[in-house]
Design a protein around this ligand. Structure first.
Ligand code: BT5
Length: 244
């Protein structure tokens, strides 16, 4: 993948900006980086705090895969980033399905996938990636947040961060298109921070489940009291089960 990187001092949301570019035909590999976002987005209408010092960027992909495989991409990017940050800075970064980066029990970053499809083909897919690097991690979050600088005890060169992150994603995305998802699935198993037993919460239901693994389509396989189910990322928020 050849990257074409565009930088901005400030944007509302790098995803929203790139969406307009995607719709007017921007090529795969277009990357939008903003020093800060004034309307950063999380999933399910949640907001994402994006002050200066963090890595807020969006990557345009046009993966030649069926729509049902789209869930593989957020797992792929999370795994790829976790591995790269471990290797490059020695920080024990883990992944929490489907889209979070964690260091121990703290959230380091997240990924927001938005896409457009046409008769089961993906027209464009935007991976919005937010990682707390040198910024103060926000305080009033659902789960406590951390940053790379806090974990490392010193500031990180943001340019180096982008080089390491984009390089890792390009390598793993290329490999995924050639080989399929299995190598990501194996790495996910090593990097997942999900406890064995979780609580799943969607708009309509809430239940406890045991985590069994990741499906070949990037779905989380769980066993509830009644049956084995596959969860898609849009439907659920996972909370580690509180001891009763
Ligand atoms: C995510 O959502 O984790 C996806 C975040 C994606 C952000 C990137 S930045 C570049 C691109 N442009 C955008 O507009 N977005 C993407 P979710 O799993 O829904 O988590 C959101 C929740 O995380 C919020 O409700 C807060 O509780 C918490 N949160 C907000 N900002 C945070 C931060 N900087 N660090 C850690 N947690 C945060």
């Amino acid at each position: 993948m050849i990257y074409s990187i565009e930088r901005f001092a400030q944007l509302g949301s790098t995803n929203d900006y790139l969406k307009a570019r995607a719709q007017s035909g921007a090529p795969e590999g277009t990357v939008i980086i903003a020093k800060e976002q004034t309307a950063g987005k999380g999933r399910l209408g949640r907001s994402w705090t994006s002050p200066q010092g963090g890595a807020w960027f969006s990557l345009l992909l046009r993966p030649p895969i069926p729509l049902e495989q789209a869930g593989c991409i957020s797992v792929l990017i999370a795994v790829s980033l976790a591995k790269a940050l471990r290797e490059h800075w020695g920080i024990p970064v883990g992944v929490k399905w489907p889209n979070d980066l964690y260091v121990r029990d703290k959230k380091l970053g997240g990924i927001l996938i938005e896409l457009s499809s046409y008769s089961d083909k993906i027209e464009w897919l935007i991976a919005g990636i937010g990682v707390n690097v040198n910024n103060e991690p926000p305080i009033q979050t659902r789960v406590p947040a951390t940053s790379l600088a806090r974990e490392l005890g010193k500031a990180i060169n943001l340019e180096e961060f982008f080089a390491v992150a984009l390089d890792a994603i390009a390598r793993d995305y290329g490999r995924f298109l050639l080989e399929g998802f299995e190598f990501v699935r194996k790495e996910w198993q090593k990097l997942s921070v999900l406890p064995q037993r979780i609580e799943v919460e969607s708009d309509t239901e809430r239940f406890d489940a045991d985590v069994l693994g990741l499906s070949p389509l990037g779905k989380l396989i769980v066993r509830t009291q009644e049956r084995v189910r596959e969860l898609t990322s849009e439907e659920v928020t996972l909370c580690p089960l509180q001891p009763s």
